[in-house]
Each structure stands twice: as structure tokens, then as C-alpha cells.
Design a protein around this ligand. Structure first.
Ligand code: ADP
Length: 193
């Protein structure tokens, strides 16, 4: 005859087995591929850090440049895609493309169920949370967002600060790869520092 303790232990083991099986299935299904969408105007070391880390977690990562008609970018979508392709050319499981319209429609068309976003500070959080929840709702739960927190050395970095510093001919070498810095200065009619 079983004691209460034996019965409880059996229950716990079976619950753990269910949990393991469940997370195993989900991880298997979700870790195949992800999309990292953004403006990338221009790509910074902060973005590249997120890309490298996400590429280690997922079998395939698509970095997707949003063609946002509401913003006036420094670089055209085509230029940003070209720059990103060059910047990630050493990471084999990363591809770069552009998209316009709703992220949920784009993700559905690619049969991808995970979006990667980066979080730098509390200020990012509210905006990102709202976007993630909106996308989950619009996709009927078919699109989840996974956040990678910024590495400390890149926490201060943003594309807009890179542009602002460069426009005053400040040094952006600690923010973007050398070839990107050159292209940014060119846009402002300036020589590379
Ligand atoms: P968007 O206009 O969609 O915010 P960005 O190109 O500015 O596009 O950023 C794309 C994503 O990368 C966002 O999730 C943003 O929070 C994240 N990101 C930007 N800079 C950094 C950084 N320095 N460290 C980590 N994540 C970052």
C-alpha cells in the first residue's frame, strides 16, 4: 500500500514530466527562426550585439528593415539593407531583408512566430510592451516577442544619437563599424574623423 508521501512524490514527478514535455515542444517549435525588425538607421554595435546573441539562440534569424513611410530616414531602405548585409556577413544563419506594412502580416507570410526586440532601459519598456501585446492580439497569439536586454557597454547607444553626434562631426567610432561611420559622415557631407 502506498504512503501519502509516495503518492505526493509520484504526482510531483508526473507534473514535472508534463512541464518538461510541454516546454520541450514549445521550445522546439519556436527556436527555429525569428525576425528582428527595426529601423536600423543606421545599424549600431547595440543592434549587432542583439543580432549575434539571437543568432546563437535561433536556427535562423531574419533582420528585417521596416519601410516606415512615417519616418524620414537618413539612409534609404535599400541602403540600410546593404549596410546590414555587410555588417552581418560573418554570421552564417542571419539574413537581411526589408518589409512594409504590419509586422504580423509579414511574420505570417514568412511562417515565423517569434519577434526579437532589444531593451535598453525602462524608457524602452513601455513602448515595447505595448507593441508586443498589440502584435500578440493582432496575430491571435501567433506572434510572440522575446526581449534581449542590452549588453551594458551598449546601453547608451541609439541610432538617433549616432546621427546627432555625426552631424556635428563628433566621433562615432565607438558606436558603429568603421565602414558605417564613413557612410554616415558622407550623408552629412563630412570627412571621416
Ligand atoms: P525601431 O525604430 O523599430 O525602434 P531601432 O532600429 O531603433 O528600430 O531598434 C530596433 C530594436 O533594437 C529595438 O527593439 C531597440 O530597442 C533595439 N535596440 C536599439 N539600440 C539598442 C542597443 N544599444 N542595445 C540593445 N537593443 C537596442
Amino acid at each position: 500500500m502506498r504512503t501519502d508521501i509516495q503518492r505526493q512524490a509520484k504526482g510531483k514527478i508526473s507534473a514535472l514530466r508534463d512541464l518538461y514535455a510541454c516546454s520541450g515542444t514549445q521550445i522546439g517549435a519556436f527556436m527555429k527562426s525569428a525576425i528582428y525588425p527595426g529601423s536600423f538607421d543606421p545599424v549600431t554595435f547595440g543592434h549587432l550585439d542583439v543580432i549575434r546573441r539571437a543568432a546563437k539562440i535561433f536556427d535562423g534569424l531574419t533582420v528585417s528593415v521596416l519601410n516606415n513611410k512615417l519616418k524620414t530616414p537618413l539612409f534609404s531602405v535599400e541602403e540600410r539593407v546593404k549596410i546590414l548585409k555587410e555588417a552581418v556577413k560573418d554570421i552564417p544563419n542571419v539574413e537581411v531583408e526589408s518589409f512594409s506594412g504590419l509586422l504580423v502580416d509579414y511574420a505570417r507570410s514568412r511562417d515565423v512566430h517569434v519577434v526579437i526586440r532589444g531593451l535598453r532601459a525602462i524608457t524602452d519598456f513601455e513602448y515595447e510592451l505595448q507593441n508586443a501585446q498589440t502584435n500578440a492580439k493582432l496575430s491571435n497569439g501567433g506572434l510572440d516577442t522575446i526581449f534581449l536586454t542590452t549588453s551594458l557597454e551598449y546601453a547608451y547607444l541609439s541610432s538617433s544619437s549616432v546621427k546627432e553626434i555625426a552631424s556635428f562631426h563628433g566621433d562615432i567610432s565607438m558606436c558603429v563599424p568603421e565602414f558605417v561611420a564613413e557612410l554616415v559622415y558622407q550623408k552629412y557631407g563630412l570627412e571621416k574623423k
